[in-house]
Ligand binder design. Structure first.
Ligand code: SAM
Length: 251
């Protein structure tokens, strides 16, 4: 099994595949001004197994196009949507976020939690803007420095992994420079990383290693995850995901 297949196997049972929380998804909905009962069409990009897609469909009574390039995650989402009576409101789409199959000006909102980094924040907000209706909502969470100064080990790690990591004011400026009007920002609290994401992953390590007969590749994935978790625990005051909510500025 290659590394991607191993990562899918580790993460597919998770409620979320990145830091986040249901309360934080709902806070972003509140900041967006989106309201139920308006036949909203929303795309959730890099949806994973669909924690946010299901909240959007349920709370806003919206039609949600849930996009991911990993069919294994979409299968989990399809099953959960049916279980929760949301099967007719969520359509899963296997597609890459840099080649989305939507018409111009067709979406009331684009949602993306912990995924836009795969394209890069700047490229993502530029590429996705055309799919929004005038005044449509962009809501994305993105790795963000919480302070101007921070420990060298943290800066070195994330500059290597994701050189676009920056402070919130820089991300908000990028939104303004690319045709969006900022509507709200907040940083995810530590519970979104620890209780909702890292602790559940750690609880799955034992079964994951057993499933793969403690192979070198599986052990290397666990070691890399543990190192990232320890780095976060030492530096939680300095880094988080920022949740950015903005509106497409009028054409
Ligand atoms: N939004 C989910 C959540 O918060 O739980 C998943 C976040 S996970 C950190 C990032 C997701 O982006 C994964 O589900 C991954 O499969 C997806 N992804 C990565 N690159 C992608 C691409 N080029 N196109 C579409 N999805 C992609």
């Amino acid at each position: 099994m290659d590394d991607l297949a191993l990562l899918v196997d580790l993460h597919r049972e998770g409620a979320r595949q990145g830091p986040g929380g249901d309360a934080e998804t709902r806070l972003a909905i509140a900041l967006s001004g989106l309201r139920s009962g308006r036949n909203l069409k929303i795309a959730d990009i890099g949806c994973g197994t669909g924690a946010s897609a299901r909240i959007l469909a349920r709370d806003l009574d919206a039609t949600v196009a849930a996009v991911d390039f990993l069919p294994e995650f979409l299968a989990e989402l399809d099953a959960a949507a049916v279980r929760e009576g949301l099967g007719d409101r969520i359509e899963t789409l296997e597609a890459s976020m840099d080649a989305l199959p939507f018409d111009d000006a067709s979406l009331d909102a684009i949602w993306s939690e912990g995924a836009i980094y795969n394209m890069g924040f700047a490229a993502g907000i530029r590429a996705w803007r055309r799919f929004l209706k005038p005044g449509g909502v962009l809501a994305v969470s993105e790795l963000t420095w919480l302070t101007r100064e921070r420990p060298d080990e943290l800066t070195a790690h994330w500059m290597q992994e994701y050189p676009q990591v920056d402070v919130a004011s820089a991300k908000i400026a990028l939104l303004e420079e690319n045709g969006y009007t900022p509507a709200g920002y907040f940083a995810l609290p530590r519970t979104c990383w620890l209780d909702n994401y890292y602790r559940p992953i750690q609880a799955r390590f034992g079964r994951f290693l057993a499933r793969h007969a403690h192979s070198d590749a599986a052990a290397a994935i666990v070691a890399a995850e543990e190192a990232e978790i320890a780095l976060y625990e030492r530096n939680a005051a300095f880094v988080s995901y920022g949740f950015y909510v903005a509106r497409k500025t009028g054409d």
